[in-house]
Design a protein around this ligand. Structure first.
Ligand SMILES: [Zn+2]
Length: 481
């Protein structure tokens, strides 16, 4: 049986889940559902990143212990994922004792194999990113993401021999053995690699909230090293490179562009040192801006996932986020744009077609007509219509292979428009008996549409299928706004 292992990044619990987190996680959920429907063995991993100085400070600020703080914030992520119908197989937390145990074991092995050595590390450190920065990363001497000047830090440190993997990584990325998409991101990574790869510090002196290095208890592990290994421990890895879980390697790892560089260097570097196969595909999606501006609390323009769910429902939110821009590129949204798209595509588009077809089916005795026939694609009598549905399935699947999730939706909505035009042309309500065949065909098409939609809009799809089975209309699937 074919397997499909997909991951989201683990989200940092210093803040509540935002729209970007929701976007990545919904996309991963759609892909996981898609391969499950195809009959593949699927594992979908998400979770929270809970160590590091930022968390320690954030907890202190609200007068909580780091663990209590993590417990509460991790729950907030879980709660939103539940509301959004996210079908993850495991929610990993980096404070899970089994994760910590495995990370210690892996660090011990890297140390014994001489991939970790003691030295002095000097560099520009952004406490916001918890990352060392190069001069070329900075804008006007500041971290562009945090608008702060990084500190020059020089400390006794344990270093990981990342430089050893410069050439092998270049080769694997260039030849797509480690595939980075979209192409633009791959080129950015290759350009970064062409400047040379340095050994990185993997220990922290001043951060207490972290995993203690097994070979030097005074220090904690760099939070990224701890975090990356979640992709292994989340499927049951116990820290032994010779004993790799069956789902390994990941088929797709989704992420936003701010973390692709570390995922394309440190992460595969660790795996190469541990002699564990690399992930197959790293896919970078874009950001949402609001009317051309970055979403930010100070600008007061943030749209929270819960607000979207409140307005558009769960499926409405899933649909709008995935259809608002090509997957892999940035998208610009606003409440106004979202409401317009929602009304046009859901109540007026899909919802209207469902009620039109079911209203026609109610009027004729489709039960007797359809009893001996099933509702499958092959049973569609109208040749043009059948061809249209077949083509839609093909294009829909092709778009999935290319991870063009928004494109899959476009194909479905093209089919919806095709049906609308057909109904308009045939006017079956004028002579119902003469049009029994086309009405039954439309029911069959509707069933196919619901099947294509089940990975995107699981609840609505189920409701459509139930209504087709009962040949009965219920209240509208999507209220007009
Ligand atoms: Zn920063």
């Amino acid at each position: 049986m074919k397997k499909f292992y997909i991951t989201t990044p683990i989200y940092y619990v210093n803040a509540r889940p935002h729209l970007g987190h929701a976007y990545t996680t919904i996309a991963a959920d759609v892909l996981a559902r898609y391969y499950r429907v195809q009959g593949w063995k699927v594992f979908f991993l998400t979770g929270t990143d809970e160590h590091g100085g930022k968390i320690e400070k954030a907890a202190q600020k609200v007068g909580k212990s780091p663990q209590q703080f993590c417990d509460e914030n991790s729950e907030r992520f879980k709660k939103v994922w539940e509301e959004l119908n996210i079908s993850y197989d495991n929610f990993i937390r980096t404070t899970d004792p089994s994760h910590i145990k495995a990370v210690k074991k892996a660090l011990e092995i890297l140390y014994k194999r001489n991939f970790i050595y003691k030295g002095i590390y000097k560099g520009l450190y952004c406490p916001g990113c918890e990352q060392y920065k190069t001069e070329s990363d900075l804008k006007d001497g500041k971290c562009p993401d945090h608008q702060i000047k990084p500190e020059l830090i020089e400390e006794e440190s344990y270093l990981f021999r990342l430089s050893r993997f410069e050439n092998i990584l270049k080769e694997k990325i260039r030849t797509d053995e480690l595939k980075i998409e979209p192409e633009q991101r791959k080129n950015e990574v290759l350009k970064f690699l062409s400047q040379g790869l340095k050994d990185i510090s993997i220990s922290r002196q001043r951060v207490r909230w972290g995993i203690r290095l097994p070979f030097d208890q005074r220090l904690t592990a760099y939070v990224w090293v701890d975090a990356f290994l979640n992709y292994l421990t989340g499927i049951g890895w116990e820290g032994d490179p010779k004993n790799i879980p069956e789902f390994w390697p990941p088929d797709v790892q989704l992420m936003s562009k701010d973390i692709i560089r570390v995922h394309a260097t440190i992460w595969p570097g660790l795996l190469l040192a541990l002699e564990i196969p690399l992930p197959k595909r790293l896919f970078v999606h874009g950001y949402f801006t609001i009317e051309g501006q970055k979403m930010s609390k100070s600008l007061g323009n943030v749209i929270w996932p819960e607000e979207m769910i409140g307005k558009f429902g769960v499926d409405g939110t899933r649909y709008l986020l995935l259809s608002s821009c090509p997957f892999g590129q940035d998208g610009d949204i606003s409440w106004q744009k979202l409401i317009k798209k929602y009304n046009a595509d859901l109540p007026k588009g899909l919802g209207n077609l469902v009620s039109r077809i079911l209203a026609l089916a109610e009027k004729i005795n489709t039960n007797s007509y359809l009893r001996e026939k099933n509702l499958s694609l092959q049973q569609i009598q109208n040749v043009n219509l059948r061809k249209e549905v077949e083509n839609t399935w093909q294009n829909y699947k092709r778009s999935f292979q290319k991870l063009k999730l928004n494109e899959s939706l476009v194909w479905i909505w093209n089919l919806i428009s095709f049906c609308d035009r057909l109904i308009q042309k045939e006017r079956p309500w004028e002579e119902l008996n003469k049009h029994q065949s086309i009405i039954c065909d439309l029911l069959r098409v509707l069933k196919n549409i619901a099947e294509m939609l089940q990975v995107f809009l699981p609840e609505s799809s189920e409701r459509i299928l139930d209504q087709i089975k009962g040949r009965k209309r219920e209240k509208p699937l999507f209220p007009k706004l």
